[in-house]
Write a new protein. Structure first.
Length: 490
């Protein structure tokens, strides 16, 4: 698209995110909540189906996790905050009881905001604040499958009534990178706060993206489209970009953008129309008669605040304080397990934070791919990582041998220093012993010494190499360099 044409329009973007809460049981009954490996139409009961006489009972843990996520979203709760549940009535064949229990006008999270990091020009990260309109608890629907070429559809109810927290953003985003960054930050917050497994593949987090465009300077919003059920950050970014371009082309040709629900075809890299929408959805909300209103007390809020622990904003402050480049910090932030290990190293051994982040965002990733063992399942903890860092700093290990040692520790328990000694990884850092070797090398390489003193710096490299060879590769390179300079430059 012509950049000048694109510059005449402004995009307005809002996102609805559904987060499956990490409870053991469903929102209103005792059925299991983990449907990943369950057979179709298992994990269901009379309450899941809304059968007469089967009354819902609110899952206390779901309330606690929703409150915790609300605090992660910077929500502010007044004392004795009042929330309630409502019935949302519409026909969906994957809702077995014919209605959804949700929250309409008194959600469990009254608002908030999220700060995310957006990649700008030249790769520089720019902070972007996105407001949160609300987040509400609701029961999930089942799943429909449409076999290709068949004249029927299949329904699986095992996911019905699983607990969801739907987070509704304000329309504060105006570009595809901003939408992607916001979704990534929600994902970070879900993992750091421990409220969800947040597995995008299994649909623990799903995103519905609302996009409209308007000419620059126009106050009123354009007609929006909603692209449903996006489950990757790349898909969010590309679907938003596609919709912006598609809508601008329509307007430039004198056509109208239709208010509609759209899907994303990842193969074709384009959105497609699913169904038209009305200007106002008529869901016939009314208060859920089988669930009493819930009062959120100050003690309930503070109990969840105490459970929050480390959040992405905390980690960004810590990494910035020790001079970590922003791009490296964001890679670390995106992996809570690695981030927590780095935080523990920073607390216990601040001098080794650079070594720790280099390994955690570099060699550690390769180890996971090579072994199939995740960092969380490995035998490397923050103490072992800090110990190896200390050994490098003390000149006992080269960086190369440090990587080799951590690879051993990945699946082998034991003391880092003893393991390094047993496998001949320790460097020789005794100044007296290395001094004798350097003296022997200087005596045996008179021509290289003369060349260096005549200004040939490559000759110095040859002397370093000869010294390292004389130590069987175990000499401390910085110390060997120092000893050579002391003897040749004096």
């Amino acid at each position: 698209m012509n950049p000048e044409l694109r510059a005449n329009y402004e995009a307005v973007i809002g996102i609805e995110c559904h987060v499956q809460l990490a409870t053991k049981t469903k929102l209103f009954c005792g059925c299991g909540n983990d449907a990943r490996e369950a057979a179709p139409n298992t994990l269901v009961c009379e309450t899941c189906f809304g059968l007469p006489g089967a009354l819902p009972v609110l899952n206390k843990r779901a309330v606690e996790l929703a409150l915790r996520f609300g605090l992660a979203l910077n929500a502010e709760y007044p004392d004795n905050y009042h929330t309630k549940f409502d019935r949302k009535n519409y026909f969906y064949p994957d809702l077995p009881n014919g209605y959804q229990i949700t929250q309409f006008d008194e959600p469990i999270v009254p608002g908030g905001w999220v700060n995310c990091q957006v990649e700008g020009e030249g790769g520089k990260l720019v902070a972007k604040r996105v407001g949160i309109t609300r987040a509400h608890l609701e029961s999930d629907a089942g799943k429909l499958t449409h076999p290709e070429g068949a004249d029927h559809s299949l329904v699986d109810y095992k996911r019905a009534s699983t607990p969801l927290l739907e987070i509704v953003s304000k329309p504060d985003m105006s570009s595809a990178p901003e939408a992607k960054a916001y979704a990534q930050e929600l994902h970070n917050l879900a993992l750091y706060s421990g409220v969800s497994d947040a597995n995008l593949y299994y649909g623990n987090m799903r995103f519905d993206v609302n996009v409209s465009v308007r000419p620059i300077g126009q106050a009123e919003f354009g007609t929006r489209t909603e692209t449903k059920n996006l489950n990757s950050f790349r898909a969010i970014e590309r679907a938003v970009e596609y919709e912006i371009r598609r809508q601008i082309v329509l307007l430039e040709h004198g056509d109208k953008v239709r208010l509609e629900t759209r899907g994303w075809n990842d193969t074709k890299q384009e959105t497609y129309s699913m169904r038209s929408k009305e200007e106002a959805d008529e869901y016939r909300y009314f208060p859920e008669p089988d669930l009493p209103p819930l009062v959120i007390t100050r003690s309930m809020v503070e109990a969840q605040r105490n459970e929050l622990g480390l959040l992405p904003a905390d980690l960004r402050r810590e990494t910035a304080a020790v001079g970590t480049p922003e791009a490296e910090a964001e890679v670390l932030v995106s992996d809570p397990v690695a981030a927590l290990m780095w935080h523990q190293v920073a607390s216990a051994s601040p001098e080794d934070v650079r070594f720790a982040i280099n390994w955690l965002i570099g060699e550690r990733v390769k180890l996971e791919e090579k072994t199939g063992v995740t960092l969380e399942a490995s035998l490397v903890d923050h103490f072992k990582l800090a110990t190896v860092g200390q050994m490098v700093r003390a000149g006992k290990l080269s960086n190369t041998n440090a990587k080799a040692l951590l690879e051993m520790l990945w699946t082998k328990d034991g003391d880092a220093e003893n393991l390094a000694k047993a496998h001949g990884l320790l460097q020789e850092s005794d100044e007296g012993a290395l001094g004798k070797i350097v003296d022997e090398v200087i005596a045996a390489h008179a021509a290289a010494v003369a060349d260096y003193r005549a200004g040939n710096m490559r000759a110095f490299g040859a002397l370093v190499g000869a010294s390292m060879k004389a130590t069987a590769g175990k000499g401390n390179p910085p110390l060997i360099n120092k000893l050579l300079h002391d003897r040749l430059d004096g």
